[in-house]
Design a protein around this ligand. Structure first.
Ligand SMILES: [Zn+2]
Ligand SMILES: [Zn+2]
Length: 211
């Protein structure tokens, strides 16, 4: 696993690789603004990377056109297509010095990549089309669970209640030793994230109270 820390609001890009019986796999999750580091990371990779997007916010998609030009297929939930059209507006509003363009993608709610040991998990809330990915023993959470928070600064389309329900689902399904790769901040095991993330502990206490 390679983590690239993009400069634009320091979102994480993850390059995940595996060797399988049917060939090698390379996944690029949430290619961000740093289009200079990524080619170096991909230099020794013999297969065309598959691009997976946890959601459509600008900080997670700025590197997509570059990869698409080189033949990568891009997967994202169609419910987030609206953001691709609005990302330039959001960046202007937040004084982020970038522009982007909308791009074609395969809608994860219609078709999912057939890759061994990859599962797409619907985790709506942070955005309507937010998904998480399980790949081998890692869980990529996008902005559904951040390293130190759950709720990031609200962008239109965020549904707090739905997001907390999605977080509860992930906490139910994954064990302490799961390696969590969040959209922002340091990765760690689920246990480590819980120890540094007050929001996660609040959700866990709430879940225990409901039992
Ligand atoms: Zn986001
Ligand atoms: Zn983000």
């Amino acid at each position: 696993m390679t983590r690239i820390r993009n400069e634009v609001v320091s979102a994480n890009t993850y390059v995940l690789q595996a060797t399988g019986t049917v060939g090698d796999v390379c996944l690029v999750v949430d290619p961000g603004s740093d289009t200079e580091t990524l080619p170096g990371v991909l230099r020794g990779v013999s297969v065309t990377p598959v691009v997976l997007l946890t959601h459509g916010h600008f900080d997670h998609v700025l590197g997509v056109p570059h990869l698409q030009e080189n033949g990568s297929v891009v997967y994202m939930a169609g419910a987030d297509a609206r953001f691709l059209r609005r990302n330039n507006f959001y960046m202007r509003a937040l004084s982020v010095d970038h522009t982007t363009q909308s791009f074609p993608f395969v809608d994860l709610s219609e078709s999912q990549p057939e890759i061994a040991d990859l599962t797409v998990l619907d985790t709506p809330g942070h955005s309507p089309g937010s998904v998480s990915f399980r790949f081998h023993d890692a869980l990529v959470t996008g902005d559904t669970i951040l390293s130190r928070h759950i709720l990031s600064p609200t962008i239109a389309g965020c549904d707090e209640g739905q997001q907390i329900a999605s977080v509860e689902g992930l906490l139910d399904e994954f064990t302490d030793g799961t390696v969590v790769l969040p959209g922002h901040g340091q990765p760690g095991t689920l246990e480590q994230l819980v120890s540094r993330n007050d929001d996660l502990r609040t959700v866990i206490e709430y879940m225990r109270g409901e039992e």
